[in-house]
Design a protein around this ligand. Structure first.
Ligand SMILES: Cc1cc2nc3c(=O)[nH]c(=O)nc-3n(C[C@H](O)[C@H](O)[C@H](O)COP(=O)(O)OP(=O)(O)OC[C@H]3O[C@@H](n4cnc5c(N)ncnc54)[C@H](O)[C@@H]3O)c2cc1C
Length: 440
C-alpha cells in the first residue's frame, strides 16, 4: 500500500475527477477544499464528447448525466440580422461515439462529490481546508500547508500535491511567483437561467450577435412534460473599448437583471425575445471574462497544476470543465506507466502544457466565435446569404481546425484508445511497484 496519499487542493470538477481517477487506478488520495460546505454553485457548462467519454470510463453513466443536463444536438451561430452564420450537429448526431452534454455546473460537481463519498468514503474530502502553500519534504514527497476554517493551521504530508484550486490558485501563485496578473480583455458576462421554451432542435447551443456583443443560450434540462418549458442557460456579453479595472472586483457577483438589460433592450426577433429571456431569470451573476497567461510549466517536482489552476481560459470554447476532466485522466494514465511519482507529473506536463497553452491564446482570440468576427470584418453584419460572405468550405475548415486543437475532432476521438485502459492499476508498472516497495 502507498503510505502517503496524493493530496489534491480543490474539490471542483477538476479536483473531484482527479480523486475518482486516482481511486480507480489504486492511488490513495485526499481532497482539501476551501469552502466549508459543498453546494451546487454556478449555472450551465458544456461537456464535450472527449470529457463525456472520460466520465463514462470513470463509471458515470449517461442516465446519471441525463439527470443533471441534456445531450446537445446542435451548435449554431446567428448574426444580429437573425440569419444563420453557421450550424452543425453535435454529440452522437455528429457521429461521435459519445454525447456532448449541457449540464448545470453545480449539479455535476455534486454528482462527482456523491461518487467520491460512495466509492472512497467521507474521509477522502476535508472541507474548510484552504491550501496556502507547500514545501518539499526532506524525507521525499511534499508537505502541504493548510489553513482551516476554524483558524487552525497545519501541514499534511503527501506523496504528491495536485493544485486543482481554480483560477485564483494558491499552488500556482507559489509555483510561478512572478506570473502576470489576471488578464481581462474588457468583456463582461452576465449569466442566468430562465424557464422557457427551447428553440431550434430543442437542444441547441446558440451564439447570437457579434464578437463584441452577443448572447449565448442553451437548455440544461429536458422540457417539463406539463409546461414544455426547460431551464435555459443564458450568457449576455458586452465588450468595452476602455475597460474600467474596478469591474474586475466583480468576480461572480449576483446582480439584478435590470442593471444590464438595457444593452439588449431591442434584441427581439419573431423567434426570440432576449429581454424576456433575461428578465425571466430569478437572478443573474456578473463576471468579467478573464483568463491567465500561459506559464512555461505546470509541474514543480512533486507538485502539479490541473484544471483552471493550470489553464484558466475564456469560456468561448466551452471547454474549461471538459479540459479539467481530461487533465485528470491524462494524469491517471501517466501514473499507470510511471507510478504516483514526480516522473509521472513530468510526463503529464510534457503531454499537456504546450498544446493547452496554445488553446488558451486561441480562446482569447474569440475561439469558435471567431466566425462572427469574420462576418463583421467582411460585411459589417449585413448579409442575406452567408455563403456570399464566408463560403461553406471556409466555415467548415475554421470549425474543424478549432475542434482538432481542443481535442474533440470526431474521427481522431472515435479512433483513439481509452486514455486509461480498462482495469489499469498504478502498481502494475515496475517504476510504481519499485516505489511502493521502497515505501514499505
Ligand atoms: C463557484 C463557481 C461557480 C462557477 N460557475 C461556472 C459557470 O456557471 N459556468 C462556467 O462555465 N464555469 C463556471 N465556473 C468555472 C468552472 O467550474 C471551471 O472553469 C471548470 O469546471 C474547471 O474546474 P476546476 O475544478 O479546475 O476549478 P473550479 O471549478 O474553480 O474549482 C476549484 C475549487 O477549488 C476550491 N479552492 C480554491 N482555492 C483553494 C485553496 N487554496 N485550497 C483548497 N481549495 C481551494 C474552490 O472552492 C473550488 O471548489 C465556476 C467556478 C466556481 C468555483
Amino acid at each position: 500500500m502507498i503510505s502517503r496519499p496524493v493530496v489534491i487542493a480543490g474539490g471542483g470538477i477538476g479536483g473531484l475527477a482527479t480523486a475518482l481517477t486516482l481511486h480507480q487506478i489504486g492511488v490513495p488520495c485526499l481532497v482539501l477544499e476551501a469552502v466549508r460546505e459543498m453546494r451546487p454553485l454556478g449555472v450551465g457548462i458544456n461537456l464535450q464528447p472527449n470529457a463525456v467519454r472520460e466520465l463514462q470510463d470513470l463509471g458515470i453513466t449517461e442516465a446519471e448525466l441525463d439527470r443533471i443536463g441534456v445531450p446537445a444536438r446542435e451548435w449554431a451561430l446567428v448574426g444580429l440580422n437573425g440569419h444563420d452564420v453557421y450550424s452543425e450537429p453535435r454529440g452522437r448526431m455528429a457521429g461521435y461515439h459519445w454525447s456532448q452534454y449541457a449540464v448545470h455546473r453545480g449539479r455535476l460537481q455534486m454528482l462527482l462529490h456523491e461518487k467520491l463519498i460512495e466509492r472512497i468514503g467521507p474521509q477522502a474530502l476535508q472541507t474548510g481546508a484552504r491550501v496556502v502553500g507547500y514545501r518539499r519534504a526532506s524525507a521525499g514527497g511534499v508537505a502541504v500547508q493548510v489553513a482551516h476554517a476554524n483558524g487552525a493551521h497545519d501541514e499534511i504530508h503527501g506523496s504528491l500535491l495536485i493544485g486543482a484550486d481554480g483560477i485564483h490558485s494558491a499552488v500556482r501563485a507559489q509555483m510561478h511567483p512572478h506570473q502576470a496578473p489576471i488578464n481581462w480583455g474588457g468583456s463582461i458576462m452576465w449569466r442566468g437561467v430562465t424557464w422557457a421554451k427551447p428553440i431550434r432542435s430543442g437542444a441547441s447551443f446558440v451564439g447570437l450577435g457579434t464578437h463584441r456583443q452577443r448572447v449565448v443560450f442553451y437548455p440544461i434540462s429536458p422540457p417539463d412534460p406539463n409546461t414544455g418549458l426547460a431551464m435555459i442557460n443564458w450568457i449576455a456579453e458586452v465588450t468595452w473599448d476602455h475597460p474600467d479595472e474596478k469591474m474586475l472586483n466583480g468576480w461572480f457577483r449576483q446582480v439584478p437583471t435590470d442593471s444590464f438589460l438595457h444593452h439588449f433592450a431591442d434584441w427581439t426577433w419573431d423567434w426570440l425575445d432576449v429581454p424576456a429571456l433575461i428578465r425571466g431569470a430569478e437572478y443573474a451573476f456578473e463576471n468579467p471574462m478573464i483568463d491567465r497567461d500561459p506559464v512555461p510549466g505546470w509541474v514543480d517536482g512533486p507538485v502539479a497544476l490541473l484544471g483552471d489552476a493550470a489553464h484558466a481560459m475564456y469560456p468561448t470554447g466551452s471547454n474549461g470543465a471538459s479540459q479539467a476532466i481530461v487533465d485528470a485522466r491524462v494524469l491517471g494514465a501517466v501514473m499507470c506507466e510511471a507510478g504516483a511519482t514526480p516522473e509521472a507529473l513530468a510526463q503529464y506536463d510534457a503531454r499537456l502544457c504546450g498544446p493547452i497553452s496554445k488553446l488558451i491564446l486561441r480562446n482569447r482570440g474569440a475561439g469558435p466565435f471567431g466566425l462572427l468576427n469574420l462576418v463583421d470584418e467582411r460585411c459589417g453584419g449585413n448579409f442575406d446569404h452567408i455563403d456570399e460572405v464566408i463560403p461553406a468550405a471556409e466555415r467548415d475548415a475554421f470549425m474543424a481546425d478549432y475542434k482538432a486543437a481542443a481535442g474533440f475532432a470526431v474521427e481522431s476521438l472515435n479512433r483513439a484508445p481509452p486514455t486509461i485502459p480498462p482495469g489499469a492499476r498504478v502498481a502494475e508498472h515496475p517504476i510504481a511497484a519499485e516505489r511502493l516497495r521502497a515505501e514499505g
